[in-house]
Design a protein around this ligand. Structure first.
Ligand code: FAD
Length: 498
């Protein structure tokens, strides 16, 4: 789009996930800034209370830091706010297809002067389009290697540092035995201030229909906080990252994860800043290559890949339902009623969502996602649930993670096989099973593990799809050898408690 109506003084409108200096600094540093708290956006869906807090806190902190440069407008809708503001504004491409269509409508109506390229990801969308070309097969690994070359990260003389592209994938360990926590320094925790206190009062007064509990703010929402969170993570926790990425411990909700998805998704931390900090730690000898490379792959690889594929696959992708999964999400799930759940792994993951709006990656994929896949929850409903119940949930990040990676509803465009397992995997990678009323080794009987039995029920239901895939065909042959399969299927058909 050309900058017809825009000039050097045209104000810049920031959405709540575009709050960082890479969006409003640099060539835009002299523009007036417009921030809009639209009640329609807050009420659109039933969101986690702490997510709404983070969004309002982020916007109000941005307005306070930008001082006289910023106008924070409270209105019923974005359109009302822009009309009241009275001057056409610039805006960067928003992060969802619906918002993108909306800003283009506003452009036609003259409320938006121009739409600028997105500024919160490393790779411009047009460069991805060139890379994608007419490719039909997408592999994250190909994209990741291109990203490493493109941004010259962990490269030496055109080759990956250390002679390999990946270091930690074959190196994921179970949690250390006999320990309740990983024993790494705790993650950065911001100090709440008067802005947070006011946000809390305002949210109480608005009487919104939210999920989850309120709680202290745990995540960075300003560029300065994000910088502190990043520095603290790199210094204290990065060296342990990767090794225990797939491990779960009952006493350690954060493990060695970075907790940076919130500031990254709010746009207050740029992905390349996080990547460069990790690379520097490796080059300074402060973090092993495996840990730095593993973290960089998550951000420069997975995160960027998910963002780009969201646009590349388009809106129909979210409607994919390859496995014809149509079970509605149960009330205990949508209401985050962790106490209604007996399986310790599922109870802890759901309690994490209730108490913090956050659970770590392996809980999302191999506990929550795996349970949903086994029980045939509708992928679209599940995707909406993740988007609104997680503090880092946004429209762009859900389709490929939930529809693709976690639910295989795209028939294998993102993941090479459905990600699910029996209780043995959870037992190996966590300390949950030791204090669970179910036995991960049992598939039949009152203490049969719902993941173990659920795995066989899932394998049976989708035997045709799984048998046709080299990576899952063995599961079908093993299932056929189970002498008690009919009884297991009957039990799972009738199962009421998890
Ligand atoms: P770390 O483990 O410290 O990883 C570092 C960073 O890598 C993260 O902050 C994140 O920005 C990035 N990252 C790693 N994997 C992914 C990925 N697959 N997609 C996008 N970014 C990635 N991420 C979200 O940002 N929002 C979500 O709503 C979300 N929902 C998910 C749902 C499912 C079913 C699955 C399987 C994954 C989901 N993820 C989501 C990806 C990932 O689980 C979270 O980014 C991560 O758990 C956030 O915690 P962290 O910042 O401590 O991450």
């Amino acid at each position: 789009m050309t900058t017809r109506a825009a000039d050097g003084d045209t104000p810049l409108w920031l959405f709540a996930d575009q709050l960082g200096p890479r969006v409003h600094g640099g060539e835009h540093a002299h523009r007036p800034i417009v921030l809009i708290e639209a009640e329609s956006a807050l009420r659109r869906r039933r969101s986690h209370r702490q997510k709404l807090h983070l969004i309002l806190s982020g916007m109000r902190h941005a307005a306070a830091e930008l001082g006289d440069r910023a106008a924070l407008i409270r209105a019923g809708t974005y359109t009302e706010a822009l009309r009241a503001y009275g001057r056409p504004v610039l805006v960067h491409e928003p992060t969802s297809a619906a918002a993108e269509a909306f800003v283009h409508r506003l452009h036609r109506d003259g409320l938006v002067a121009d739409v600028l390229p997105a500024a919160t990801f490393a790779l411009p969308r047009n460069e991805f389009r060139q890379w994608a070309g007419d490719r039909t097969r997408f592999r994250m690994e190909d994209f990741y290697r291109e990203q490493r070359r493109r941004f010259d990260v962990l490269m030496e003389d055109g080759a990956p540092v250390g002679g390999r592209w990946n270091f930690d994938t074959d190196n994921r360990e179970p949690p250390p035995k006999g320990r309740a926590t990983l024993d790494v320094p705790p993650p950065y925790r911001p100090d709440e201030d008067d802005i947070d206190a006011q946000v809390r009062r305002d949210l109480d007064a608005m009487g919104l229909d939210t999920v989850g509990v309120d709680g202290p703010r745990l995540f960075a929402v300003t560029p300065a906080e994000a910088d502190k969170a990043l520095r603290q993570f790199v210094a204290d926790r990065l060296p342990t990252f990767g090794r225990y990425e797939d491990a779960m411990l009952s006493g350690d909700w954060a493990m060695a994860h970075s907790l940076l998805s919130v500031p990254l998704n709010l746009g207050v931390l740029h992905p390349l800043d996080a990547v460069h900090a990790a690379e520097q730690a490796y080059r300074d000898g402060a973090a092993p290559l495996a840990a730095a490379e593993g973290f960089i792959r998550q951000i420069l690889g997975w995160r960027e890949y998910m963002w780009q594929l969201y646009w590349h696959f388009g809106p129909d992708y979210s409607e994919r339902n390859h496995l014809h999964a149509d079970t509605p999400l149960p009330d205990w799930w949508t209401g985050l009623d962790a106490e209604a759940v007996d399986a310790e792994c599922l109870r802890q993951a759901l309690a994490g969502v209730r108490d913090r709006g956050w659970a770590h990656h392996i809980q999302r994929l191999m506990v929550l996602g795996s349970h949903a896949l086994q029980r045939g929850y509708n992928p679209r409903e599940l995707s909406d649930w993740f988007a609104s119940s997680f503090v880092d949930g946004y429209a762009w990040v859900m389709p490929t993670n939930v529809i693709g990676m976690s639910q295989y509803a795209d028939g294998g465009k993102v993941a090479t096989k459905p990600y699910t397992s029996g209780g043995a995997y959870i037992s190996k990678m966590s300390d949950h099973c030791g204090h669970c009323r179910f036995d991960p080794k049992k598939r039949l009987g009152p203490d049969a593990c719902p993941f173990t039995a659920g795995y066989w029920a899932f394998t049976h239901r989708h035997a045709d799809v799984l048998a046709a895939n080299m990576r899952t065909a063995r599961a079908v042959s093993s299932m056929k050898r189970l002498s008690d399969l009919d009884a297991v299927l009957e039990q799972e058909h009738r199962r009421e408690t998890f």
